[in-house]
Design a protein around this ligand. Structure first.
Ligand SMILES: Cc1cc2nc3c(=O)[nH]c(=O)nc-3n(C[C@H](O)[C@H](O)[C@H](O)COP(=O)(O)OP(=O)(O)OC[C@H]3O[C@@H](n4cnc5c(N)ncnc54)[C@H](O)[C@@H]3O)c2cc1C
Length: 429
């Protein structure tokens, strides 16, 4: 398992990087180190796993190519959404009993986040309240089904179906025909959560290395993680590079790296906030080429969406997303945009988060589609259990066969562009 040495990079110029509580500056890995567990990648998957393991007394070393939270975890929409993508594929494979286990797992990531924010005093603007909005009648039917499923499972937070008028009142736009209000979902500052969790892990004895791209993993009884200037030999390795890693070609062809983009406006005045989002809700539409938005703590509109684009030119991102934002909120047509950025999401072809092993003691998990804030935290617990020898849930997920497209990684740009086009057409039907 090798890769070319990537040049370490600073955080992308996002709203989150500009408002981060602490700029991390952990040392680069050097010399020959040992650990119980070495985690590769310091996004939510890696950091969540490391914190679970540190809480159980493991000696954990995390090796990150760039900075803690540099990948999707520090750039995302910050929408804390329950559920696990690919559930129907899992149900087909697992058969009976899936619904009960999924009801249990669907919200576990949220519970972990809430518990950590409280226990470690992480300041990440965590707020509750979320709207799944409907554009077409079939979306309303999905919302009703969701509502019934949640009430059947005794979901402990308020859930309510909103009429067209109630939706308009809640978010000041007539773009939608109804919505599901869910007070168990919410939103947060993802980079501050990720760094806060890393600091919690360090306070329990974990070690972070930044600016240390892993170039090779030597498999074996005690696998060795190798960077240009150092190595960590451990009893177990957890690969958590998701859409950003190129370490193991054998797991790349099962996942498309899909790009998503966000703009952050200037802070909005009180009167505008009172019209467009008085209850501070996160909002997400049901399309595959979806739009999602929310207010930041300082009342900027953070508006995200997918566009068929692979670059990172802020001017281009602003132009495309501002037009989408103005369709929802025409009054923001001339509002200044202060931030524009993008990132890469790992989307498995069957949408099921991909748990697996490259060797007896080299574990990985990747591919959460747009549910990563929640599911990475669940994945961290399942990975930590697996490393500790409890493999039941890890093996259940790992048993779902991935869908492979030969050459998918090499051809990803044209295939993703075609996919987005296909879904854009489907979303319009
Ligand atoms: C723009 C955008 C908006 C999104 N919005 C939402 C949302 O609102 N809600 C939601 O739930 N999900 C959202 N997502 C998805 C979510 O952010 C991801 O699913 C989740 O953050 C994945 O976390 P991760 O730790 O697995 O990967 P990442 O956060 O991508 O972390 C991987 C890390 O591994 C490191 N790495 C890679 N290769 C190496 C190597 N060789 N050596 C060392 N380190 C390496 C990278 O530098 C990186 O820091 C969004 C994603 C994007 C990009």
């Amino acid at each position: 398992m090798t890769r070319d040495t990537a040049k370490p990079r600073a955080h992308t110029a996002s709203y989150y990087a500009a408002t981060v509580n602490t700029v991390t500056d952990y040392p680069a890995l050097s010399g020959s180190q040992t650990a119980d567990v070495c985690v590769v990648g310091a996004g939510f998957t890696g950091i969540s796993t490391a914190l679970h393991l540190a809480e159980r007394g493991y000696d954990v070393k995390v090796v990150e190519a760039n900075r803690v939270g540099w990948g999707a975890s520090g750039r995302n929409g910050g929408q804390m959404i329950g559920g696990i993508a690919g559930e129907s594929a899992v149900a087909r494979h697992w058969g009976k009993g899936v619904e009960a286990l999924f009801a249990e797992l669907r919200w576990e990531g949220h519970d972990i986040i809430r518990e950590r924010v409280k226990r470690y005093g992480i300041d990440c603007d965590l707020k509750h309240g979320y709207l799944d909005v409907a554009i077409k009648d079939r979306h309303l039917r999905d919302i009703e089904a969701d509502y019934e499923r949640l009430t059947r499972a005794d979901f402990p937070y308020e859930v309510r179906i909103l009429s067209r008028d109630e939706t308009q009142e809640a978010i000041g736009t007539d773009a939608y025909i109804g919505a599901l209000l869910n007070m168990g979902n919410g939103h947060l500052h993802p980079l501050n959560l990720c760094i806060g969790e890393a600091q919690a892990a360090v306070s329990l004895g974990a070690t972070m290395y930044e600016q240390s791209p892993v170039i090779r993993i030597d498999k074996g009884r005690r696998p060795k993680v190798v960077t240009r200037d150092g190595s960590v030999t451990a009893d177990a390795v957890v690969l958590a590079g998701n859409a950003y890693h190129a370490l193991a070609t054998e797991i790349q062809g099962v996942m498309f790296p899909v790009h998503s983009f966000i703009i952050g406006t200037e802070p909005l005045d009180e009167a505008t906030v009172a019209v467009i989002n008085p209850h501070d809700l996160a909002v997400c539409d049901p399309n595959f080429v979806l739009e999602y938005y929310r207010l930041s703590a300082d009342k900027r509109l953070l508006f995200g969406g997918r566009i068929n684009y692979f670059g990172d030119d802020p001017a281009y991102i602003e132009k495309r997303l501002k037009a989408k934002m103005a369709r929802i909120y025409p009054q923001l047509r001339d509002t200044r945009v202060d931030y524009a950025w993008g990132g890469t999401i790992g989307v498995p072809l069957n949408r099921v988060p991909r748990f697996g092993r490259l060797d007896d003691s080299v574990f990985y998990c990747q591919g959460y589609s747009g549910h990563g804030v929640n599911v990475t935290h669940l994945a961290g617990r399942i990975l930590a259990d697996a490393v500790a020898g409890t493999l039941e849930q890890f093996d259940l997920f790992a048993s779902v066969p991935p869908v492979r497209v030969p050459g998918a990684h090499a051809l990803r740009k044209p295939l993703v562009a075609l996919g987005v086009l296909y879904y854009q057409i489907r979303d319009r039907l």
